[in-house]
Ligand binder design. Structure first.
Ligand SMILES: *Cc1c(COP(=O)(O)O)cnc(C)c1O
Length: 337
């Protein structure tokens, strides 16, 4: 079976650059971005900063790097980062907050990925006897909870806690455009409560590579140094930014289709007898309880449908713009046979 006949639902990172992106990459005007001289990178950073209401942005190779640079900028060694249980900055970033910034996570409960502002307030520590809180970090949409959305009111309440405690507030917004689409509000509205926001261009928006950290000019100047320390100074990165600009232009409008298809898939799985928490299917991710997950995923893969086994009895499906209705129908046929 050739590659293109496979329905790849492992992640929204698996999309291939479109012909239009490849053409833009070939024609990109570039310079040395470590000197801040790549016009296409600058255009991407400025465009995203304007869209989100921040002063400045900084392009990096991955969302893990934008998150970890943000943590480094905001914290000092020995501090704690308050985050929702299951947060990507801890679960899937390989202990880097400890390895690089010398900080540790303090988790707050987050049913359906949504932490409660009062719980966040109670987790803040200033005592001389305990490691002090250095940062509060939210994740919207919340990946491990199923691509779930934090409502605007909750984000505003947590910003009020951060202000009262004089703490910075970061958003892991790898999929913040999905959150904006689900909430039916502007991307600026979702980003407003935060001091920094990390956004992936290479998830649902469809770029081949890249994330942008957003914040004040001052914070981005400091972030630039940490990016360089991590090996994120990419020189003529305009070839990547050119594709990301197209993802940014065309990607957001397509997300509601991904969300509709995720819903359709989730309902088909439920009808076929799989346990899916439909309340958690709010954007483009579907988690299903499947006994012997890896074995089942291997069988489906042999039939041309790829999914991720994330644990002994959990399978994740992620919709993206290179899964159309016809491909989804084919996947549903295999998954529910
Ligand atoms: C994908 C993702 C990231 C960044 O992942 P990279 O693979 O490093 O780009 C960060 N946060 C969340 C919630 C994600 O889903």
């Amino acid at each position: 079976m050739t590659d293109t006949l496979k329905v790849d639902l492992r992640s929204d990172t698996v999309t291939r650059p479109t012909p239009e992106m490849r053409e833009a990459m070939a024609n990109a005007v570039v310079g040395d971005d470590v000197y801040g001289e790549d016009p296409t990178v600058n255009e991407l950073q400025d465009t995203l900063a304007r869209m989100t209401g921040f002063e400045a942005g900084l392009f990096m190779p991955s969302g893990s790097m934008t998150n970890q640079v943000a943590i480094a900028v905001h914290t000092r060694r020995g501090e704690e980062v308050i985050c929702a249980e299951g947060s990507h900055i801890y679960e899937w970033e390989l202990g880097m907050m400890a390895a690089f910034s010398g900080v540790v996570p303090r988790f707050v409960p987050a049913p359906l990925g949504v932490p409660d502002a009062e719980q966040v307030r109670l987790a803040v520590r200033h005592s001389i006897h305990q490691s002090p809180t250095g940062l509060i970090s939210l994740e919207n949409t919340h990946n491990k909870a199923g691509g779930t959305v934090i409502p605007l009111e909750v984000m505003a309440q947590i910003r009020a806690v951060a202000d009262a405690e004089s703490l910075p507030l970061h958003l892991d917004g790898a999929r913040v455009f999905n959150a904006a689409a689900a909430l039916n509000v502007s991307i600026e509205d979702v980003c407003r409560p935060f001091h920094t926001v990390s956004i992936c261009l290479s998830k649902g928006l469809g770029a081949p590579v890249g994330s942008v950290l957003l914040g004040s000019k001052d914070l981005m100047t400091r972030a630039h140094r940490y990016r360089k320390m991590l090996g994120g100074g990419m020189r003529q990165a305009g070839v990547l930014a050119a594709a990301a600009l197209i993802a940014l232009r065309d990607g957001p409008a397509r997300l509601p289709d991904d969300h509709r298809r995720a819903r359709q898939l989730a309902e088909a799985l439920v009808n076929a007898g799989y346990a899916v928490n439909l309340a958690s299917v709010q954007t483009n991710i579907v988690y299903a309880a499947v006994q012997g997950a890896q074995q089942k995923v291997d069988i489906w893969a042999g039939q041309g449908v790829l999914a991720s086994a994330l644990g002994p009895d959990a399978v994740r499906f992620v919709l993206h713009h290179q899964i159309d209705d016809e491909m989804l129908a084919r996947a549903i046929q295999v998954l529910t046979a």
